[in-house]
Design a protein around this ligand. Sequence first.
Ligand code: ASP
Ligand code: CP
Length: 336
Amino acid sequence: MKFAGAHILSVDQFERADIEQIFSVADIMEPYALRRKVTRVLEGAILGNMFFEPSTRTRVSFGCAFNLLGGEVRETTGFKSSAITKGESLYDTARVLSGYSDIICMRHPESGSVAEFAGASRVPVINGGDGANEHPSQALLDLYTIRKEVRDKGRSLDGLRIAMIGDLKYGRTVHSLIRLLSLFKDLQVILVSPDALQMPEEHVEHLRQAGHQVLVSSDLTNSIGHVDIVYSTRIQEERFESSDEADLYRGRFRLNQAIYTQYCEPNTVIMHPLPRDSRAEANELDSDLNQNPNLAIFRQTDNGLLVRMALFALILDVVDQVELSSRPVNWYRQRE
Ligand code: ASP
Ligand code: CP
C-alpha cells in the first residue's frame, strides 16, 4: 500500500509486504525511542489525539511517539470536554479538527465511527480503537512483539501456534490480530472463551479460508499446553448491558505461575494487550507472573512506541529523513 497520506482504519488494508515495511521502520526507531538519539523530522507538525473512551497506553504512546519525532500533540479526552456533547456531528468535528492538525488519532465507542470521521477529515486518521470492531495499531505492535519473541526462540510467524483467551466477542485487539495473523502460513489458533463470548464467526471463517487450523474451546488448561503464545484478554465490561452481566464471565480464565508451570511448555510467551484487570474477581493474568521472563506484556507496551513512530514516519513520509536529522541526546539517561 501507499502509506503517505493514508488513513489507518483496519488491518484488512495491509498485505504482508506492508507489515514488513512497518516493522523495518519500527526497527529504525529504536535508538530514538530509547533516547539514545534525537530526531526532529516532524518539527512544526501537530497530532490531534482524540480519545472518546478511556485509554492509558494507546493515547500516551501515540502522543510520545509524535513528540519523539519532533511534533506537538493536542488532546481531547472524553465526550464531556468535546462539543460533541452539544450535538455536534462527527462530520463537523472532523472538518474542524483536521484544520488544526496534520494527523489525527481517534478512539470512539462506536464500531465504524473512526472510518466515518476519516471520511470527513482533511488529514490522515489512525484508528485507536472503534468499539468492539478493530484496534489496528495494537495488532501491529502485538505482531511485532510476537515476531521478536518467537525469533529469539528459533521460531517464526509462519507455523505459529497461539491461544487467544477471554472475551473474544467484544475484544477489538483479538479481532484485529486474528486478521493480521491470517496473512501468514500454517497457523494453529486455539480460541478459548465462554460460549457466549466466542470469536465472531466471520473472523474464524476468514482464518479457515486462509488455510489455518482453528480450534474453539472453553477450557483453559487443555488449550495452553502446546502453543508458542498465550494471548490473554480482559472481559470488555464496557460493552455489556450491565456490570452484572460482565460478572458472569470475569475470572473464568485465570493464568498464574502455578498453572503456567503445570500446563505450558517452558518457553511459552505470555501476552495481553492490557489493561489486565487485577481486581480479585477478575485477575486474568496474576501478578505472580511478573518475574516470569516469558511475560512479554511490558515489552508489548514498549514496542508500541516503535510501531506508532513508524506509522507516523510512513504516513507523513519522513522515513528517509529520520537519520539525516539525528543527533545524540545531551541529558542523563536512566533507561536501558
Ligand atoms: N486496551 C485494549 C482496548 O482498548 C484492550 C482492553 O481494553 O481490554 O481495546
Ligand atoms: N492496549 C490498549 O489499547 O490500552 P489502553 O486502553 O490503555 O489504550
